[in-house]
Design a protein around this ligand. Structure first.
Ligand code: SF4
Length: 219
C-alpha cells in the first residue's frame, strides 16, 4: 500500500474512532461504581447513547434465596445463559450509534429478537445481524447470520464459535426483510422438529445435506 493510501485510511479510521467513547474494562469485569459513573456522565450528555457489545451478566450470588431476591429486585427481562434455547439476537451498532448500516438492521434484529428469542430448541441457537459487511456482530460464526448489503440482506447459516468452531455458509442473498423473517421462521421450525440434542444448527445441516436444507427453507 502506498503512503498516501495508508494515510487516507488512517485518517478515516481516526475520524471514526473519535465518534465513539469506549471505556476499557479489563476482562469485561465492571463494578457498580463503574456503571454508576457511566450513568452519571451520560446523564450530563443527554444526546449520548450507550450500546453493549457483550452481555451484562451478574454472577456469584450463589445462595438460592438471595439469587431470587436479586432477580426480583432487578425487575428487568432476563434470559437463560445456559439453556437449550434461542439467545437474545445479537445486533451490531448500525442505526443506533454507528451510521454505516446499509439497511434498517437494528429494526430487523429487534423484530427477530421479539419473535424468536427464548424459543425452546434442541440446543443453543444464536442469531446475529450486522448492518454492513464489516460484520461487527460476528454473523459468520453464529448459527444464523444476517448481513445487510446495498441490495437487501444476505443470510448465512451453520456458523459457531466455541469448542467446535465453524464458518457459516451463505444460504441466500438480496432478501427483503419479510423474506428474512420467513426464512428464519422455517429454519427455527425445522430445527425444532428435527434437530437432536446436543447438535448445533451447523451439524444438523451437515447431516441433512446443505442442498436439501436450502430446498426446505427457500421454497
Ligand atoms: S457492522 Fe457495519 S453498521 Fe454494524 S456496527 Fe459495524 S460498521 Fe457499523
Amino acid at each position: 500500500m502506498n503512503f498516501l493510501a495508508k494515510k487516507l485510511i488512517l485518517n478515516k479510521l481516526d475520524k471514526e474512532d473519535k465518534k465513539f467513547i469506549a471505556p476499557h474494562f479489563r476482562g469485561g469485569a465492571v463494578t457498580p461504581e463503574d456503571l454508576r459513573r457511566i450513568a452519571e456522565i451520560c446523564e450530563k450528555f443527554p444526546e449520548s447513547k450507550i450500546k453493549l457489545t457483550g452481555e451484562i451478566i451478574i454472577g456469584a450470588v450463589k445462595d438460592a434465596a438471595r439469587n431470587e431476591e436479586c432477580r426480583r429486585a432487578l425487575n428487568l427481562p432476563l434470559y437463560s445463559v445456559a439453556g437449550f434455547s434461542l439467545r437474545p439476537v445479537k445486533i451490531c451498532s448500525g442505526g443506533y450509534i454507528c451510521d454505516n448500516n446499509l439497511q434498517d438492521s437494528l429494526g430487523l434484529g429487534s423484530r427477530l429478537d421479539e419473535k424468536f428469542s427464548g424459543s425452546k430448541l434442541p440446543f443453543k441457537m444464536v442469531i446475529s445481524v450486522s448492518g454492513c459487511g464489516r460484520c461487527c456482530s460476528e454473523p459468520l460464526v453464529k448459527d444464523i447470520g444476517i448481513v445487510a448489503t446495498q441490495a437487501g440482506y444476505s443470510l448465512f447459516v451453520g456458523g459457531a464459535a466455541g469448542a467446535r468452531p465453524r464458518i457459516a455458509v451463505k444460504l441466500a442473498e438480496n432478501l427483503r426483510e419479510n423474506e428474512v423473517m420467513k426464512a428464519i421462521e422455517k429454519i427455527v421450525s425445522l430445527y425444532e422438529k428435527k434437530g437432536k440434542t446436543p447438535e448445533r444448527l451447523g451439524f444438523f445441516i451437515e447431516k441433512m445435506g446443505f442442498e436439501k436444507f436450502k430446498e426446505e427453507v427457500i421454497k
